[in-house]
Design a binder for this molecule. Structure first.
Ligand code: PMT
Length: 306
């Protein structure tokens, strides 16, 4: 049986340096509240579940944070302030454009002045991305908050959404992280590395409570909340998205299938469902589905605020 969210928080330790990060989030929200800016919390990446207290092994999932990191950029383009809550091992906005290239391949030595410079073929793209990055950081519109496991993620999600509650419908929660449904409570977790000499490993994981419930009811009830629904079976995708909306009473579910998540998603509300798809031409030109998602959500958020 699933524990309730309050018990989950009681059974797990407050993460290291939590208070420091909590204060950064609080000040970020206060500053943008005074500027009357819209703020979106983008959660991104997978949430690992440790098997040992001094963690050597953990359970992880497939998410690499493409959805979250690209969406954060498009929200920044639209003028939002962004709290980017991301797994340490996943992609981050702007830098993500260059992660497939080995770092040193981006550089050349400049013989003339005994210095290092960017290779000609990358200079244009780096300049464009760097300008955007500098602009949003100079304006103080991007707050990056990292987490390393499920517990850290959930403590930071609760803190962020509670701070965002102070701006009501000006806030959007965009919950794209792939959140684990199972965990090992602290009291059941071995302290030291599990020994293979003890034989085959049997694990019993407990259910993580669905945090959308306290989030939409208690932590941040007036925000525009967008959850995600990931399935591998098309037959159940829409019904599960609708069920989530009825259960948590929030505004939008972005429904996607594991294999096609980069080219099509369904935007589901209580009274509508609409596919967003990339055409062959858009795919060829490198357009990302997240531009369409963010465009659609901005419209819906505008309607919601008025
Ligand atoms: O990162 P990428 O590789 O780009 O992949 C993007 C993505 C596929 C991860 C993303 O598009 C996506 O679908 N994210 C949500 C995946 C997920 O957790 O789905 P779910 O059906 O298990 O959960 C549904 C919703 O419930 C989620 O919004 C989640 O925030 C929420 N949840 C989940 C578990 C839990 N214990 N509490 C929750 O509130």
């Amino acid at each position: 049986m699933a524990t309730d969210s309050a018990s989950f928080f009681r059974q797990t330790s407050v993460p290291d340096k939590f208070e420091e990060r909590n204060q950064c989030i609080k000040s970020f929200v206060e500053r943008h509240k005074s500027l009357q800016n819209r703020i979106v919390l983008v959660s991104s990446g997978g949430t690992t579940v440790p098997l040992e207290s001094r963690t050597v092994r953990f359970i992880d999932n497939f998410s690499v944070g493409t959805r979250g990191s690209s969406s954060a950029e498009y929200f920044l383009d639209k003028g939002y302030a962004v709290i980017f809550l991301y797994s340490k091992k996943s992609l981050i906005p702007y830098t993500r454009h260059f992660v497939k290239i080995p770092f040193l391949d981006l550089l050349d030595s400049c013989v003339k002045n005994d210095d290092v410079c960017v290779r000609d073929e990358y200079r244009g793209e780096i300049k464009t991305v760097l300008q955007k990055y500098r602009q949003v950081t100079d304006e103080g519109r991007l707050l990056m908050v990292d987490f390393s496991n499920l517990t850290e993620y959930l403590h930071l999600l609760r803190a962020s959404s509670q701070h965002l509650n102070s701006i009501g419908p000006q806030a959007m929660l965009y919950l794209a992280a792939a959140v684990s449904d199972f965990y090992i409570p602290k009291s059941d977790m071995p302290q030291h590395k599990i020994q293979s000499s003890d034989g085959p490993l049997q694990l019993e994981l407990q259910l993580v409570p669905k945090m959308l419930e306290p989030l939409t009811r208690e932590w941040c009830p007036n925000a525009f909340t967008v959850s995600f629904k990931l399935e591998t079976d098309m037959e159940i995708l829409l019904s599960k998205a609708k069920r989530a909306l009825n259960k948590y009473n929030h505004q939008v579910v972005i429904a996607n299938l594991l294999e096609t998540r980069k080219t099509e998603v369904m935007v589901v509300t209580r009274d509508s469902d609409q596919w967003l798809r990339l055409s062959g031409e858009e795919l060829a030109s490198g357009t990302e589905i997240e531009t369409k998602i963010v465009e659609e959500l901005q419209k819906k958020h505008d309607e919601f605020r008025t």
